[in-house]
Ligand binder design. Structure first.
Ligand SMILES: Cc1cc2nc3c(=O)[nH]c(=O)nc-3n(C[C@H](O)[C@H](O)[C@H](O)COP(=O)(O)O)c2cc1C
Length: 367
């Protein structure tokens, strides 16, 4: 997998999740393996150029956190360009542009002059970045406003023309939000619109099988997972294995999930300090526990945690409580096992409903 001159070890990517894709989470994923390129949360270009503390914290990295992409957003070409130049000087591997969600008034005109004006404006902004750096510049978008206004193919093509090295596309429209089915045919339209650059599919990739289905059905060159990586940090390792061998690795055990969760907590404490790290971890731990089986006891306490030793106490109490759901071999009794995760685009009519993929809290309407 190549983005311009950048060669990546796999075609599997981490999608930006503001508030979540920080250094500790990226390191956890990298230690588990399979990930080709990880990204930061989105960063305001102006804040970065002005070296605001909050923006600098968002791009905090370490030698083990390579290769790293930083996602920028902004509408002022000079600020986006200068932010890209600054990131290149820091050794960042690529810069991703958050294209935001399409605006109704632009697309409602029906692909007319407003759309073209918008495309020209965007292309100008992106070109100023591409021309200023040697590292690849990529772009992330949705399919369009709604199913009657699929703008991503034209946008992708226009961006390729000004030198963008790859396109990430979330296979939903703005109108869909995070509901409905990810549209693989829509992703295919983007794949067909570009001439040579890789298009990376995104949306609901929550299992190795979902990754393969998205690649096979849309023709995309790779996949990007956001929430799937949160549910299952092993997703990249397992998907890489599945794409290479056609066989599925077993689901991680409860003990392995706990091990990785504690590693994640320790990295949070290292990067953010014990109190702040633990506070941030209050919204992270419940994602791990979604696959623990019954976990109310854990979730109830973990949302109050303030320190590492307290976290260990909570975990200890939870282990004792959880014992009632286990059989004699120490496995969850079958009726307590969480349903397998099934991507929206893999649910066949009449099949048993799979695990539901939640939307974390945040201003998600803009993504
Ligand atoms: C909490 C949350 C935060 C997100 N933050 C960003 C972001 O900063 N930039 C971005 O381009 N997309 C963002 N997204 C969208 C994701 O990158 C991704 O496109 C979307 O969640 C679909 O992929 P998934 O099903 O693998 O999560 C966010 C999504 C969620 C749920």
């Amino acid at each position: 997998m190549r983005f311009g001159a950048l060669t990546l070890t796999s075609n599997l990517f981490l999608s930006p999740l503001a508030g979540y894709t920080n250094l500790p989470f990226r390191l956890v994923l990298r230690e588990l393996g399979g990930l080709g390129l990880a990204t930061t949360d989105l960063v305001n270009a102006r804040s970065l150029v002005e070296k605001k503390a909050k923006a600098l914290k968002l791009i905090e990295t370490s030698p083990a956190d390579r290769p790293l992409a930083v996602q920028l957003f902004g509408a002022v070409p000079e600020e986006m360009r200068d932010a890209a130049v600054y990131l290149e000087s820091l050794g960042v591997a690529s810069v991703d542009i958050n294209m935001g969600c399409p605006v109704r008034k632009v697309v409602r005109i029906g692909g007319g002059s407003a759309m073209m004006t918008e495309l020209d404006k965007t292309a100008h902004l992106v070109k100023s970045m591409v021309d200023a750096v040697k590292i690849p510049v990529t772009a992330k978008m949705r399919l369009g406003w709604d199913e009657n206004n699929i703008t991503a193919p034209d946008l992708a093509r226009a961006l390729e023309d000004v030198g963008v090295a790859a396109i990430f596309v979330h296979g939903r429209t703005r109108a869909q939000g995070f509901g409905g089915v990810v549209n693989l045919a829509g992703i295919r339209k983007v794949v067909e619109a570009v001439r040579g650059i890789p298009v990376i599919g995104n949306g609901d990739v929550i299992s190795p099988e979902a990754a393969k289905a998205m690649i096979d059905e849309s023709g995309c060159a790779g996949i990007s997972a956001g929430r799937g990586a949160f549910y299952n940090p092993w997703i990249f390792q397992h998907t890489l294995h599945y794409l290479k061998t056609g066989t599925l690795l077993p689901e991680p055990s409860f003990e392995e999930r706990v091990r990785v969760m504690l590693r994640h907590l320790d990295l949070m404490i290292e990067v953010f300090g014990e109190l702040h790290g633990c506070r941030m971890f209050r919204k992270v731990a419940p994602w791990y526990s979604k696959r623990f089986g019954p976990a109310n006891e854990f979730n109830k306490s973990v949302v109050q945690v303030t320190g590492r030793s307290e976290f260990l106490e909570i975990l200890g109490r939870y282990r004792s409580w959880r014992a009632q759901f286990l059989d004699e071999t120490g496995e969850l009794k079958s009726r307590f096992r969480p349903a397998p995760m099934v991507a929206s685009f893999m649910q066949s009519p009449g099949s048993a409903p799979g695990g539901h993929i939640a939307v974390p809290k945040g201003p998600v309407e803009v993504w």
